[in-house]
Design a binder for this molecule. Structure first.
Ligand SMILES: NC(=O)C1=CN([C@@H]2O[C@H](COP(=O)(O)OP(=O)(O)OC[C@H]3O[C@@H](n4cnc5c(N)ncnc54)[C@H](OP(=O)(O)O)[C@@H]3O)[C@@H](O)[C@H]2O)C=CC1
Ligand SMILES: O=C(O)C1=N[C@H](C(=O)O)C[C@H](O)C1
Length: 232
């Protein structure tokens, strides 16, 4: 498979190594928005850039009929527009706030726990995410996905940064050293606390998941998620 990497920072470089180790060819390593010429040899694009660049990058790829795996977070207000373009172009698009197998299992556990906790009034829920100091967006895309999983299965109606208030679920975003990504969900009562937590030890799990998603999407049309790839 011929892969174009759009965004070649911390994630792009690890995805490059993993792609080569799985027998793929990396045909472009870009730090700017792609164009027809830079995409000409690609079967698939893996996009990990930044919140300001993601929309335009994905749009150009889809308009050139190249399927896109996007891991960039912090641009989701424009996702419906990208889904419309993917459909219009008969192309394929997959966004994952987190590509690691562990976090995708964590998403499933979180939804089951939210359903269970919805039957008891004694507990209040809040989320915490810890990331490295270079991260541009807060809360993390993963924390937003976790919050959405709780909101769909509980009394909570929305999420709110740094505060749990009534039906608003608090997400506390901490920036610390070089932490790759830690996410926790807490249910607190007057007398005790239940916590589920995922800790990434490094970025390899995110990168491997993105390459597996790229292998999966080639030849497909539509808008997908990691649930489709992993069958969760
Ligand atoms: N979904 C997931 O599993 C994960 C998602 N992420 C997300 O992925 C994104 C990237 O993370 P990370 O690699 O750590 O970030 P980095 O800052 O290390 O890398 C970003 C890269 O994008 C490049 N870039 C800047 N502008 C553009 C542009 N217009 N088009 C293409 N590339 C551009 C940067 O180039 P330059 O250095 O020249 O500015 C840099 O190479 C973030 O949004 C992060 O939250 C991260 C980990 C896992
Ligand atoms: O910026 C990061 O580093 C990460 N970003 C993603 C997010 O916002 O959830 C995934 C992972 O937690 C690392």
């Amino acid at each position: 498979m011929k892969i174009a990497l759009v965004g070649y920072g911390k994630m792009g470089k690890i995805i490059d190594e993993i792609s080569l180790s799985r027998g793929h060819e990396v045909v472009a390593r870009l730090k700017e928005t792609p164009n027809r010429e830079s995409l000409k040899d690609a079967d698939v694009v893996i996009e990990f850039s930044n919140p300001e660049a993601a929309f335009e990058n994905i749009k150009v790829c889809l308009e050139n009929k190249i399927p896109v795996i996007c891991g960039t977070t912090g641009w989701l207000d424009k996702k419906p527009e990208i889904e419309r373009i993917a459909a219009e172009q008969n192309s394929a698009f997959l966004y994952g706030s987190n590509f690691s197998l562990g976090v995708n299992l964590f998403f499933a556990i979180n939804e089951k726990l939210a359903k269970l906790m919805n039957n008891v009034d004694e507990y209040q829920c809040q989320l915490e995410e810890i990331h490295h100091i270079h991260k541009k967006d807060a809360p993390s895309g993963t924390a937003i996905s976790i919050a959405e999983g709780i909101i769909e299965n509980s009394k909570y109606e929305a999420w709110k940064l740094d505060e749990t208030k009534g039906k608003e679920l608090g997400i506390f975003a901490i920036r610390e050293d070089e932490v790759p990504g830690t996410h926790s969900v807490f249910y607190r009562s007057e007398v005790d606390e239940i916590e589920i937590k995922h800790t990434a030890f490094n970025r390899n799990g995110f990168a491997l998941g993105a390459v597996i998603a790229a292998e999966w999407i080639v030849g497909k049309q539509g808008v997908f998620s990691m649930k489709d790839v992993l069958g969760l």
